[in-house]
Design a protein around this ligand. Structure first.
Ligand code: IPM
Ligand code: MG
Length: 371
């Protein structure tokens, strides 16, 4: 298979984690006879520094002429701490999502037996946790009209949703639920918000087309509590933009580290794959960031190309690293491996697996490990 991938390294740790994914994709290409080519594009604070624009037109053009987009992270403290900044890195990502009509952000959440000690939850609560958050990505309060009064004392952010915007992601979420454990939870705030009441009405209507899927409804405040109290109850969680942003960071606590969660954003054009974490500027250039969120996003990209065997090998390699303690500093502050070393180990696993050797010798690590 021949594919072209647009790569947006972005800010902070974005470049170093994305480089590991590219290594992994190259290893897959080499061992499974595919050909992936990459075209690099700018977005975020780096794009502002170079062009004055967080999303140059050239980037949109490159994305639209590619088969998928791999993206790192966005954000820089010099903008976070300046609420008066007119141009912000995040505007680039939001505009890209809107321009490419990436209306559904899919965030799978799972737990790892070897990482249970990292979560503040009791181990029995983490058993059988495996759910997917479907976060609406191009509507809601993120994109509503924003105002600031002339005297700077009153600000507003409008929140709006149309039936069409709700329907298209709801259908996608129901289709996933049908292929999984057949349960869908709509998270909203229908006791207060008009937009949430529209979500509930539309989802109730669509549910009739998917009779095998059991649907339940949770107010977002209750959902935030249930994710901690009883996370195994969830299968597919459907929610609007802001609620999805918040509960997905919360859900990453179940996995053990925010650095582990991948995501796919899909819609009407080319799909984008990115870890859910931010740009983690404190770690930038230190080779300590966890590359697995990005590498697992690359696995979702392979799934998107229909390369499920290859995607599963990447996931298997990530599981293998975690269970053998080849982990980054966020997971083990004392005995840890660099971002680059973890990328290399994943590639070695892929290589050995393809050759069916079943035995990996780590020259760099000076030890042998049976797979
Ligand atoms: C995410 C991020 C973004 C969002 C930021 C960087 C704009 O938090 O993808 O979850 O809020 O959508
Ligand atoms: Mg977020």
């Amino acid at each position: 298979m021949q594919k072209k991938i647009a790569v947006i390294l972005g800010d902070g740790i974005g470049p170093e984690v994305t480089q590991q994914s590219i290594k992994v994709l190259n290893s897959i290409a080499k061992n499974y006879q595919h050909s992936f080519s990459y075209e690099y594009a700018l977005m975020g604070a780096v794009a502002i520094d170079e062009t004055g624009n967080p999303l140059p037109d050239e980037t949109i053009k490159i994305c639209l002429s590619s088969d998928a987009i791999l993206f790192g992270a966005i954000g820089d403290p010099k903008y976070d701490n300046d609420p008066t900044a007119k141009v912000r890195p995040e505007q680039g990502l939001l505009k890209l999502r809107k321009e490419l009509q990436l209306f559904a952000n899919i965030r799978p959440v799972k737990t790892y037996a070897s990482l249970q000690h990292l979560t503040p939850l009791k181990p029995h609560l983490l058993e059988n946790v495996d759910f997917i958050i479907f976060r609406e990505l191009t509507g809601g309060i993120y994109f509503g009209a924003k105002t600031l009064s002339e005297d700077g004392t009153v600000a507003t952010d409008g929140c709006s949703y149309s039936v069409l915007e709700i329907e298209r992601i709801a259908h996608l979420a129901f289709q996933y639920a049908q292929k999984r454990r057949k349960k869908l939870t709509l998270v909203d705030k229908a006791n207060v918000l008009e937009t949430s009441r529209l979500w509930r009405k539309v989802v109730q209507g669509i549910a009739k087309n998917y009779p095998e899927v059991a649907v339940d409804y949770l107010f977002v405040d209750n959902a935030a509590m249930q994710i901690i109290l009883n996370p195994a109850q969830f299968d597919v969680v459907l929610t609007e933009n802001l609620f999805g942003d918040i509960i997905s960071d919360e859900a990453s606590v179940l996995a053990g580290s925010l650095g582990l969660l991948p995501s796919a954003s899909v819609g009407n054009t080319v799909a984008l794959f990115e870890p859910i974490h931010g740009s983690y500027p404190q770690a930038k250039g230190k080779d300590i960031a966890n590359p697995l969120g990005s590498i697992l996003s690359a696995a979702m990209l392979l799934d998107h190309f229909g390369l499920n065997t290859e995607a599963n090998i990447v996931r298997e390699a990530a599981d293998w690293c975690l269970s053998n303690k080849f982990v980054s500093k966020d997971i083990d502050p004392v005995n840890n491996y660099t971002t680059t070393a973890i990328g290399d180990l994943i590639c070695e696993y892929i290589e050995r697996n393809a050759k069916r050797e079943g035995h990996v010798h780590h020259d760099r690590l000076h030890k042998s490990t049976i797979i």
